[in-house]
Design a protein around this ligand. Sequence first.
Ligand code: ZN
Length: 127
Amino acid sequence: MKKNQTFCLQCGLPLVGRADKKYCDDGCRNAYHNARMMDANRICRPYHRSLKQNYGLLAEHLHAGQDVVHKDELLLQGFDPKFTTCMELLHDGTMCYGLYDLEYFEQNGRFIKIRKAQLPTPPRWGR
Ligand SMILES: [Zn+2]
């Protein structure tokens, strides 16, 4: 075996040709990437589903003009508070949670206030 021999990331066979080659051929390259994407999809899918369900519930209430909802009602409808897309501590000490373009926070310990996200202005990237 030659020194610095490299092997196909997919099938493990010794590679011949360019030093930076990673796969035998297009078949091995595609198989390798497909397997990685399948892993990513398998792991991400349940999270996406829960985020989408939470978002759908909040959006439905907001669309119906109900911007304050009892926590128990949301929980009964399947809202899972573990799934948010961001969180931010407001100036008054309230923790505000984000779900895409919506945000929500507790009011009086029993209610959830829902509103369109008031996204902060992104920083300017300049020199
Ligand atoms: Zn291969």
